[in-house]
Design a protein around this ligand. Structure first.
Ligand code: FAD
Length: 366
């Protein structure tokens, strides 16, 4: 008999975990979430991501393992499955010496190294020679990455879950253990996988105080240049950044951004939006016709998302809880993916899948 599993959350973490479990005939999967692909909400980080694969994990951490483990699957999807909305993009990362010590330079610390740990993971890694650096840049690297059109990729993940027999339903929970009563079979779930992102800060039974938001603001434009580029900092403030991502399949260009820690503001700041657009046009003048400025950007939407950051890194862990009905509940957590939820998605979900398997061994049940 397959084990009944409820995955709580339908962001990239929940849907990827649900897909890996649903592909395995040992599991009968229900996904329960407040927000689903197609929704845009400040409590739902996944639609706001660019999203690309720019590794930022410190070497030797579990996040490094997750980033390493994710590339092969994203590469396979970009190569073989155009319907997923993921395409290869050559990317450049520029470093400015004066950014050292800022929030954005810390965020980029591994990414901007000439001898980055991932140089043998991604294709075509190279250090840019001086004559390829724009004015004001002190160094740079380039490699082949991917850009994920999240407006296509999240529904694709949901469709893949359905294809493998998972059932997806709306639900809003105040306590993680309540998920045990929501399996579509009507039977009690054998396992809950908690993929609620930043909401695990307040979710009953979890209330993980190590979580905090890092606000990201973006502008999505129809101006569709075939460019993906990032800079280690800006002259406009230590928590602002400049990046451009060209999304697959008519997704437009994502212009960013910022990394504002502990800022919960859900509304776009219009002044920041102007700074973002100006910086992106300076970095990539081809975004607009020659001689034009940001007035020539054709805006699809402004966006704000909260990256689910966590002191101590991503939490992929087993947990045994007593439900509110007094029954014991098996839980595996997979949350706290910060600004790297897509680029760690398969690695972290594989680790969560392994824990589900371990926990469902008869002896290991708590
Ligand atoms: P979420 O997407 O927030 O999903 C949480 C899910 O849990 C939702 O379905 C929600 O409804 C559900 N839920 C929560 N609480 C409850 C409850 N009580 N009851 C029921 N359901 C509940 N990452 C990259 O890898 N590459 C990038 O280029 C990148 N760029 C980014 C740019 C921006 C501007 C931002 C904001 C983020 C970016 N990220 C990027 C980070 C990435 O978006 C996140 O790490 C990722 O989306 C987190 O996904 P998640 O599934 O864990 O959480």
């Amino acid at each position: 008999m397959p084990a009944n599993v409820v995955v709580l959350g339908a962001g990239v973490s929940g849907l990827t975990t649900a897909l890996l479990l649903a592909r395995d005939s040992k599991y009968n999967v229900t996904v329960i979430a407040k927000h689903m692909p197609g929704d845009y909400n400040i409590e739902y980080a996944s639609p706001w991501a660019g999203a690309n694969y720019l590794p930022v994990a410190k070497p030797g951490t579990s996040s490094e393992t997750y980033e390493r483990g994710t590339w092969p699957e994203l590469e396979r999807i970009a190569e073989d499955l155009p319907e997923a909305g993921v395409h290869f993009q050559d990317t450049v990362i520029y470093r400015r010496a004066k950014d050292a010590g800022t929030a954005t330079a810390d965020w980029f610390a591994e990414l901007i190294k000439d001898d980055a740990w991932f140089k043998d993971v991604v294709p075509n890694f190279r250090v840019l020679p001086k004559n390829e650096l724009p004015e004001g840049m002190d160094g740079g690297t380039s490699f082949t990455s991917v850009c994920i059109n999240t407006a296509l990729y999240l529904p694709w993940l949901a469709s893949q879950c359905l294809k493998y027999g998972a059932v997806i339903r709306r639900g809003v929970l105040s306590h993680v253990s309540d998920a045990a009563t929501l399996h579509h079979s009507g039977k009690r779930a054998d396992m809950i996988v908690n993929c609620t992102g930043l909401s695990s800060l307040k979710l009953g039974g979890v209330e993980d105080k190590a979580l905090y938001p890092a606000r990201g603001q973006i502008v999505i434009v129809r101006n569709d240049v075939n460019v993906m580029a990032s800079v280690s900092g800006t002259d406009d403030g230590p928590d602002e950044a400049t990046y451009i991502m060209h999304r697959a399949a008519g997704g437009g260009c994502v212009l960013g951004g910022c990394l504002q820690k502990n800022n919960w503001e859900s509304q776009p700041d219009p002044n920041l939006a102007i700074r973002i657009m100006k910086r992106c046009v300076t970095l990539c003048p081809e975004l607009v016709p020659k001689g034009k400025g940001i007035e020539a950007l054709d805006i699809i939407r402004h966006g704000v998302g909260l990256r689910p950051m966590r002191n101590g890194g991503i939490r992929v862990e087993k947990d045994g809880l007593k439900g509110r009905d007094g029954e014991s509940v098996n839980v595996v957590h997979n949350y706290g993916h910060g600004g790297y939820g897509y680029q760690t998605s398969y690695g972290a979900s594989q680790a969560a899948q392994k824990l589900v398997e371990e926990m469902l061994q008869p002896k290991a049940r708590l």
